[in-house]
Design a protein around this ligand. Structure first.
Ligand SMILES: *Cc1c(COP(=O)(O)O)cnc(C)c1O
Length: 391
């Protein structure tokens, strides 16, 4: 519990490499058992039995009206935008503090991302800055529930109704999250989750779109299957984004253990908070009210003016001890090379600041709490280079 670290660097030896995340997996036997009958059915993809079962189980777990499964979270986002059938050149208000996928999904649909700044508390879209970005070309809002933090869904709903805009949530980080006891995927026109191997819940690769409008669901179903309506009618210019049976089987297994996994993550986060809360120069994102969290990520903001060393220095110092932290998200999507400098990241100064100061620390269900102690010691010793640190 209370361990004294005297000779700093020497005594802290993590021993093995700690990656920023580790995929949750069921016991090998459990997965084998789940996939066994595929050798009888020979039905490997195209909305098979496991696909259907997972879809049904997710409906109730996520507390949403409809679920459409996809081969990954990105295709859920990209095809959701396509399904909503916006006029080409329409503007979508989003944030640049996100994974590449959000912005790429907009651009790949022939739409224009308009970057709104984030708020410095939970790093989601700053709802006070949305309205000034709305023009007659605006068609939708695409906010991101970053790190498992919930956007201000009420204010976003008010704005979308006032200006008659669609809302597509990038919900890749919020699997299992509830806001005021309501599934987070039930907000907006569509919410897209990612089931990538690195996410809280995984199907190896996978994702889903949640929505209420049945007609939208019909379009999503067709779009993930080449736009095929029936054997002779191809209605939409679709892609191929179906989840296969092996991935769905992984999802069925992982879903059985998800509450336990999230509870273990909570313990890890609690331990990080115990060590890192109230440290000068370190800012943590506060616990959100009315939110049942999934403890997806543990972002830490380092203010080098107070902390004494930069985020990059913390990261490379951790790396010396075989601890991998990530600059997540850096750079901002608005400064991606592929956008040829058409966006100015100075227009979203808070997003820019956070991207340059944030580090996400290792976090996964099976991360040993002793390792969390060690990681925190390494960080805190860096701050107090010449003094002893008591944990
Ligand atoms: C992971 C992620 C995605 C994309 O999901 P994939 O399943 O990897 O395609 C989209 N947005 C955000 C914010 C993500 O973190």
């Amino acid at each position: 519990m209370f361990r004294e670290i005297t000779k700093k660097e020497e005594v802290i030896s993590v021993g093995k490499k700690i990656l920023v995340t580790q995929s949750s997996m069921p016991k090998c036997e459990e997965y084998m058992e789940e996939i066994k009958d595929l050798w009888e059915s020979h039905w490997l993809t195209n909305m098979g039995e496991k696909h259907q079962r997972l879809q049904k189980e997710l409906l109730s777990y996520l507390g949403v009206n409809n679920v459409e499964l996809f081969t990954n979270g990105h295709m859920a986002l990209e095809l959701s935008l396509q399904a909503l059938d916006f006029k080409s050149g329409g503007e979508v208000i989003t944030t640049p503090f996100t994974f590449a996928s959000t912005t790429q999904a907009i651009v790949r649909n022939g739409l224009i991302p308009v970057f709104c700044d984030i708020n410095p508390i939970d790093f989601t879209i700053d709802v006070n800055k949305i309205e000034e970005l709305i023009t007659e070309k605006t068609v939708a809002l695409m906010p991101v529930h970053v790190y498992g933090n919930v956007c201000n869904v009420e204010e976003i709903e008010r704005i979308s109704q006032k200006y008659n805009l669609r809302v597509i949530y990038d919900a890749a980080h919020v699997f299992g999250v509830k806001y005021k006891n309501r599934g987070i995927g039930s907000f907006g026109d569509v919410s897209c989750f990612s089931f990538h191997a690195t996410k809280v819940f995984n199907t190896i690769e996978g994702g889903c779109a949640c929505f209420s409008d049945d007609e939208l669901g019909r379009r999503l179903y067709e779009l993930k299957n080449f736009g095929i309506k029936n054997q002779e009618e191809i209605e939409l210019v679709g892609a191929n984004a179906k989840m296969n049976e092996f991935c769905a089987a992984m999802g069925l297994c992982n879903l059985r253990h998800i509450d336990e996994e999230i509870a273990k993550r909570a313990k890890v986060v609690e331990r990080y908070r115990k060590h890192l809360s109230g440290i000068d120069g370190i800012k943590l994102s506060p616990i959100q009210r009315n939110v049942k969290s999934n403890f997806a990520y543990f972002p830490v903001i380092f203010d080098e003016k107070i902390f004494g060393v930069t985020r990059d220095e913390v990261m490379s110092h951790l790396a010396k001890y075989d601890v991998e932290a990530r600059k997540y998200f850096y750079p901002l999507t608005s400064s991606f090379q592929c956008y040829n400098g058409v966006y100015d990241s100075n227009e979203t100064p808070i997003a820019l600041y956070v991207s340059e100061h944030v580090l996400t620390l290792p976090l996964y269900a099976d991360l040993d709490l002793n390792d969390v102690d060690k990681i925190c010691s390494i960080i805190l010793n860096l701050k107090n280079k010449n003094s002893e640190v008591k944990l």
